[in-house]
Design a protein around this ligand. Structure first.
Ligand SMILES: [Zn+2]
Ligand SMILES: [Zn+2]
Length: 268
């Protein structure tokens, strides 16, 4: 099994880091600058990557999250940059029709941006897998209507409930808090954690909450569980927004570049 990082975009978070992470302190800043300097831009802003993960094996290709999406989309307008996932897939020799499963960690606009092409599912042969609790939470909202309803209408949406083993050896692990139905994907190479942590300092300080966590207390519990899993198994955590996977001690693993530019595709 191979897990390839596909970096859809890099952008500075539109709000100051101490606003996004209300417990932010000088200690967090110093740790980040020392260990993950690419997370801080020249003006002190928080640099986020928007990573999708491509899992390939002899059983086919699965995509985890679909990035911020095209120019003119809601996420691209919010962040001031457009995604490039289709180009990365093409350059890697992966046709969109070859993707048999798309797993969404959660239904936020920067994780589902390339779900569709016009009014149709972009990945025409794929089953899109989302937790039922996430669909219940998101239904009726603009991101659901634009990026999930076309998938449901095409009969390509699969709702799962709780921990779920998929046919290709991937395991879905509910990690609620950021959103009610947030899930992580456990692979042999890494735990693909979505937004279970958004800033790498949250791997060092899991109690550091993010202002957009729906239930901060539950989010801290999920973060601790994923970090404990990583520490116990030696499998790193690759969340969507840090530019590098992190080991169980919150230290960065090898990445394709320092973090201040979009990553070249690389394998975990
Ligand atoms: Zn996110
Ligand atoms: Zn990246």
């Amino acid at each position: 099994m191979d897990v390839t990082v596909l970096c859809d975009a890099v952008a500075v978070f539109p709000e100051a880091v101490e606003v996004a992470l209300p417990g932010w302190s000088a200690e967090h800043q110093q740790w980040t600058e020392a260990n993950l300097p690419g997370n801080v831009d020249a003006t002190g802003g928080w640099l986020l990557h928007f990573h999708s993960y491509l899992v390939t094996s002899d059983r086919g290709a699965t995509l985890i999250d679909t990035g911020i999406g095209p120019a003119g989309g809601e996420a691209a307008n919010w962040l001031g940059t457009a995604g490039r996932l289709p180009e990365l897939l093409e350059a890697g020799g992966v046709r969109e029709a070859d993707i048999h499963t798309v797993i969404l960690t959660h239904v936020h606009l920067d994780h589902a941006g390339w779900n569709t092409a016009g009014e149709r599912p972009r990945f025409g042969h794929a089953t899109y897998v989302v937790q039922q609790a996430e669909l219940d939470h998101a239904r009726g909202g603009p991101t659901y209507e634009r990026l999930i309803r076309p998938i449901a209408d095409a009969g390509q949406l699969r709702a799962v409930e709780g921990e779920t083993a998929l046919d290709d050896g991937l395991r879905l692990l509910p990690t609620p808090g950021h959103t009610p139905g947030h899930q992580s994907v456990v692979t042999e190479r890494a735990v693909l954690g979505g937004d279970v942590l958004v800033h790498p300092a949250q791997a060092r300080w899991p109690e550091l909450t993010y202002v957009y966590e729906r239930d901060p207390t539950v989010a801290v519990t999920s973060r601790r569980e994923v970090l404990a899993l990583a520490a116990a198994t030696g499998i790193p955590i690759a969340a969507a927004h840090p530019h590098t996977a992190l080991d169980g001690s919150a230290l960065p693993l090898v990445a394709a570049g320092p973090g201040d530019k979009p990553c070249r595709p690389y394998r975990l």
